[in-house]
Design a protein around this ligand. Structure first.
Ligand code: KIV
Ligand code: ZN
Length: 513
């Protein structure tokens, strides 16, 4: 078996996509996590492109010792010098230089003849060798390049000292079979190819980046350029977590290669990137999406409970997923509901209680797309009818950039109206403080997310909070076209669930269950 080198370009190709830019500190934090994940090469940026990129590469080069640190550089002396300078502190450094080889790029973008491009490619590689022995060359838009010209360029850059030759499908145009064939053709037509590693870099414009990368690996590529969550230019790059897990799960098929990725760090790495960029992956995203290990249909849940492998090809633990989350939705059966309740600690539910609960649950599932643990708990607890609900009656917020924000909140607690006021750091802070005063509690807000449920400035906002009440973690959700109201509702929701659970537990304890 040969090792597949994992070249991570989250901090370069990924970061250059709109909405994914990172500060120097964020890039360093991400690089440290990538080191934990066990990637072989971190492309930390494009040193000549900006001061920030230069600084980030330099910092990563100082702080990350477990991986090769790399900088991108056009086939220009200035870029290569900048890359060399930024990488100076690295224990192991690589310069990745590139120039386009496709007719369309050479004619319209570079305005160079193929001969000039060939000459530039060779001189760039030779120049980069003055800074490091580890030089990678990319033939940008390789897939749309004339094959004979591409073979000629690859052969020449290997002779000039490139240790890795990267074959990008820059515009995401290739189909897996064709891309795999290109790698096979390179192996058969480039006389000195055994002196270099063939790498691939696939874009996802047709949703084929992972499939193309895997096809290339099957045909002999031994390095893949990948990004966490598949971020990158336009539709992104091949997702690291997907390529790595495909190789691991299907080792019977990819039996020529292995990776040294610590797959249990995949989920954490994905989450860190989401937190840093503020851009979350879709719930159904393979490997790291919220639903990746969730089984909603009753028949699936029943199967999983009987024998996990009926519907699961990998374990949530293998990718560091917190736990196999069974989302309870309208297709869930009674088995799934009971199992979930047991996981949540409600083990003494009678058959009768379960039947009533299941009916209510189905009714709720018709109204609500996703049902969270707390919703099921709330349903169960509703059955008890003896816990207090606090309801929002009214709120008023005064805010602006020249005044201290203040809020008044009026709530109904168990039939009693309570009013409280507070100032705060912002309108939401002051509203939540006033609410806490009215409720007579202090929670610790552990997480707060807000998103729009649809398009338009008048869209509904959804707020989700996670609050720690006396060591009990409770989450709540609130929606409104007013984000302050959504925030207050979410906090109140979390509080009600906490209170209901507490009352239920106390009752069970007094009943001796
Ligand atoms: O997509 C591409 O071709 C690139 C190169 C610079 C490798 O990102
Ligand atoms: Zn790219």
């Amino acid at each position: 078996m040969e090792k597949l080198i994992i070249f991570d370009t989250t901090l370069r190709d990924g970061e250059q996509a709109p909405g994914f830019s990172m500060t120097v500190e964020e890039k360093v934090a991400m690089a440290k996590q990538l080191e934990k994940l066990g990637v072989d090469v971190i492309e930390a940026g494009f040193a000549a492109s900006s001061e920030g990129d230069f600084e980030a590469i330099n910092q990563v080069a100082q702080e990350v010792k477990g991986c090769i640190v790399c900088s991108l550089a056009r086939a220009l002396e200035y870029d290569i010098e900048k890359a060399g300078e930024a990488l100076q502190p690295a224990e192991r450094k690589r310069i990745h230089t590139f120039i386009a080889t496709s007719p369309i790029h050479m004619k319209y973008k570079l305005k160079m003849t193929p001969e000039q491009v060939l000459e530039r490619a060779v001189s760039a590689v030779k120049y980069a060798r003055n800074f490091t022995d580890d030089v990678e060359f990319s033939a940008e838009d390789a897939f749309r390049s004339d094959r004979d010209f591409l073979f000629k360029v690859i052969e020449a850059v290997i002779d000039a000292g490139a240790k890795t030759v990267n074959i990008p499908d820059t515009v995401g145009y290739a189909i897996p079979e064709e891309f795999g064939q290109l790698i096979a053709d390179i192996k058969n037509n480039v006389s000195n190819i055994d002196k270099a590693i063939i790498s691939v870099h696939c874009h996802n414009d047709l949703g084929l980046a992972v499939a193309n990368s895997l096809s290339a690996i099957k045909k002999g590529a031994r390095q893949a350029h990948l990004t966490i969550n598949g971020i990158g230019e336009r539709a992104g790059n091949a997702a690291l977590e997907e390529v790595v897990m495909a190789i691991k799960v299907r080792k019977d098929y990819f039996n020529e290669v292995y990776t040294e990725i610590n797959t249990q760090e995949l989920y954490r790495t994905s989450r860190l990137l989401c937190r840093i960029t503020g851009s979350f992956v879709q719930p159904n995203k393979a490997i790291v999406g919220d639903n990746a290990f969730a089984h909603e249909a009753g028949i699936h849940q029943h199967g999983i409970l009987a024998h996990r492998e009926t519907y699961e090809i990998m374990r949530a633990e293998d990718v560091g997923f917190p736990r196999s989350k069974m989302v309870i939705g309208k297709h869930s059966g009674k088995h799934g509901l009971k199992a979930r309740l047991e996981e949540l600690g409600y083990k003494n539910i009678s058959e009768e209680e379960l039947n009533t609960l299941f009916e209510k649950f189905k009714m709720l599932a018709d109204r609500k797309k996703e049902i969270f643990d707390e919703d099921i708990e709330a349903l169960l607890l509703e059955e008890m009818k003896d816990y207090h609900y606090a309801k929002l009656l009214y709120f008023h917020v005064l805010s602006g950039n020249g005044i201290i924000p203040s809020s008044t909140v009026k709530v109904d607690i168990d039939g009693q109206e309570v009013v409280a006021t507070s100032s705060g750091d912002g309108p939401i802070d002051s509203a939540l403080k006033a609410l806490e005063k009215a409720l007579g509690i202090t929670g610790r807000l552990k997480d707060y997310t807000i998103r729009s449920l649809s398009a338009g400035k008048d869209a509904m906002g959804e707020v989700r909070v996670v609050v720690d009440f006396d060591g009990n973690i409770s989450s709540g959700r609130g929606t409104s076209t007013d984000i302050i109201e959504a925030s207050v509702k979410a906090y109140l929701d979390a509080y009600n669930k906490y209170l209901a659970k507490k009352t239920f537990m106390e009752k069970k304890i007094t009943e001796g269950i």
